[in-house]
Ligand binder design. Structure first.
Ligand SMILES: Cc1ncc(COP(=O)(O)O)c(C=O)c1O
Length: 617
């Protein structure tokens, strides 16, 4: 075994006093770059440990954060364990250093940190723990032996870094302790067959991604055999801020630990009040927008149903104009304005009170679909009654990543005004920053009468939806539209914390810059694989490409999954490969995902159909 480039110090001495349980106020978490200096200070204060350079701790807390754990006491950080997974031993975590504040010695924190390390996002595959201990450090030896006993795993000393490796350094030999194999949480107990046996035939995503997922962090997921996946799916747009986003998770945990109200129908709670205030302060006011906020129930289709009912009540008309390839949800009202024939057929009843108009570029780039709509509304002989509202997605997520031009959206808003029709923007998938601005319609400069938001408004994947209406359309009588789950306070808390991302334009700018990278990668793929006969689709962080043969899109996504990338298809024939990473994905994750996608395309498109290639995306 090769010694680490820089000798690490032995873990802090605190074994032998492991019986006491740590106070419950300890919180274990993934470190961030800013914790580097805290780690360094903890090591310096410890007295027993040999500090590395301060910069080394910044790197540990940042680049190695997935294999490190910080622990906070009531007044701030009190300890950490730093580890790394050697590339040639992906099932092994090497414990680099454990640092504990002198005030916390004897609380059993060393053991707890080692256990927490196994739960760190980068340790999902770990079955062995390695650490080096000097012969004089009996406390650390006891710590690791106790850890091995607790986990019922053998503890061996297979190797030693002798003193001769540190000539003139006056450094004791380092004995290598190897603990494992470790049994990991009944991982093998849930088989894919369990879902086939017990879950309804209607299940779908588990067919596209046939594995059992056990852990998720930021833009990554892990399954029960420890395989890592880059997530280019993001819960169909519900995870714009990534899985278990540290800040949002903290807010949710704090709220629960404080016994905050969890369920409250639509009673007034502090959590809801804070969300209302913050949404106004961070989202509406800076954009000069004024809307009342309705909580229609927790899902996207709840927000759409409320919008349709409200528009009908405001205008006293039944009809709704929807657009080709629209997707608005699975309840009957939403299904009536959804294009997909397969989904519509599932209704089992006739779907009424809706008129379909061609979306932008539905016929071709030149067809003036809105002139057509205008004419249909003007012409007393067209057979189209003036509706209560028109509902539109600025980028059609499920319908094939069709992005309406801004000029088209502007003109749609004008036509709605001219014909006294309310304009509803369904921003359930394209909103919350997915296209680079909080609302997808912002670059068009329009102000819809009603806006539907769901998916990522709940921040951390919690079910949550809101329907926004201009104050003059706030006409429901008290209780006229209600439901049990409109007071999901955990979602309010996560949603409020997520709004912090919108206090400045940092995330927005990052999304816009990374969107360009995605666009270039797609264009490159299209150019290098003429056999795909593909066309670029979408904008922002909802881009992809349509293939001429729908089977290809499915095959590409399946091949990508085999290689550790999660993506889905969209479009009426599932012909579009859809790239939808969390907005918070870093450059490394984005590039990794794009490379897997490029390899999948290489594999799926017949060799004779492709030009010679240089490198992946
Ligand atoms: C634009 C749009 N509207 C509505 C919905 C329905 O949301 P939910 O599945 O939460 O009911 C979706 C879901 O994908 C959507 O993309």
């Amino acid at each position: 075994m090769v010694a680490p480039a820089r000798s690490h110090s032995p873990p802090a001495a605190q074994a032998g006093r492991e019986a006491e349980e740590p106070p419950t106020s300890y919180r274990f978490r993934t470190p961030g770059r800013e914790d580097g200096q805290v780690m360094w200070r903890l090591v310096k204060e410890n007295g027993v440990l040999e500090p590395n350079s301060p910069y080394c701790y910044i790197l540990l807390a940042d680049h190695f954060s997935d294999t490190c754990v910080m622990v906070d006491g009531p007044h701030g950080p009190v300890g950490f364990v730093a580890g790394y997974v050697p590339p040639k031993m992906p099932d092994t975590v090497f414990v680099w250093q454990i640092g504990i504040a002198p005030s916390e010695r004897g609380a059993g924190l060393g053991s707890k940190l080692l256990d927490a390390l196994l739960d760190a996002p980068g340790c999902a595959e770990v079955r062995f723990v390695l650490a080096t201990v000097t012969p004089s450090n009996t406390a650390s030896e006891k710590l690791f032996q106790a850890f091995a006993r607790r986990h019922g795993a053998p503890c061996e000393v297979p190797d030693t870094f002798g003193e001769d490796l540190f000539p003139g350094a006056n450094h004791e030999a380092e004995r290598v302790f190897r603990i494992g194999p470790l049994a990991r949480q009944n991982r093998e107990e849930i088989a894919v067959e369990t879902f086939e046996k017990h879950e309804s035939n209607v299940r779908s995503y588990c067919r596209s991604f046939p594995t059992v997922f056990t852990k998720a962090k930021d833009h990554r997921l892990w399954d029960d055999v420890g395989r890592e996946y880059v997530d280019f799916f993001a819960g169909a747009g519900a995870l714009n801020y990534g899985h278990n986003n540290a800040k949002l998770k903290r807010a949710v945990i704090d709220y629960m630990e404080g016994d905050g109200v969890l369920h409250s129908l639509d009673m007034a709670t502090e959590a809801k009040g804070r969300f209302l205030e913050r949404f106004n302060e961070v989202i509406l006011q800076p954009r000069g927008l004024e809307y009342k906020i309705m909580f229609p129930g927790p899902t996207g289709t709840n927000a759409v149903e409320a919008a349709l009912k409200l528009a009908r009540k405001v205008k006293g008309r039944e009809g709704i104009i929807s657009f080709t390839n629209a997707f608005h949800g699975m309840t009957l009202g939403s299904l009536a304005i959804t294009g997909n024939a397969f989904k519509r057929a599932g209704a089992g009843v006739s779907l009424n009170h809706a008129t379909v108009m061609p979306f932008d570029r539905y016929v071709d780039d030149d067809f003036q679909s809105l002139d057509f709509m205008d004419q249909m509304l003007r012409d007393g002989g067209s057979g189209v009654d003036v509706p209560a509202a028109a509902i539109v997605e600025c980028v059609q997520g499920e319908g094939g990543l069709n992005a309406a031009r801004m000029s088209w959206l502007k003109r749609l808003a004008e036509i709605c005004t001219e014909h006294d029709i309310l304009l509803i923007v369904d921003d359930i998938q394209a909103g919350c920053g997915r296209t680079g601005t909080f609302f997808s319609f912002e670059p068009a400069g329009i102000e819809p009468d009603i806006i539907c938001l769901s998916k990522s408004i709940g921040g951390i994947g919690l079910p949550f939806a809101i329907t926004l209406m201009k104050p003059e359309h706030d006409v429901f009588a008290p209780g006229e539209h209600n439901g049990t789950f409109r007071g999901h306070n955990l979602a309010f808390v996560a949603a409020t914390a997520a709004l912090d991302y919108w206090t400045d334009d940092k995330l927005s700018k990052e999304v816009q810059a990374k969107s360009e990278k995605i666009r270039r990668a797609i264009e490159d793929l299209i150019e290098r694989h003429p056999g795909l006969e593909a066309e670029h689709r979408g904008r922002g962080f909802m881009q992809g490409f349509a293939t001429s043969d729908p089977e290809l899109a499915g095959k590409i996504c399946a091949e990508a999954f085999k290689n550790g990338l999660i993506m889905e298809t969209s479009g009426p024939d599932s012909e579009v490969v859809k790239i939808m990473p969390p907005l918070t994905i870093d450059d490394i994750g984005l590039e990794k995902g794009l490379k897997i996608l490029a390899r999948a395309v290489e594999t799926v498109v017949p060799a004779s159909d492709k030009r010679p290639t240089t490198d992946a995306a």
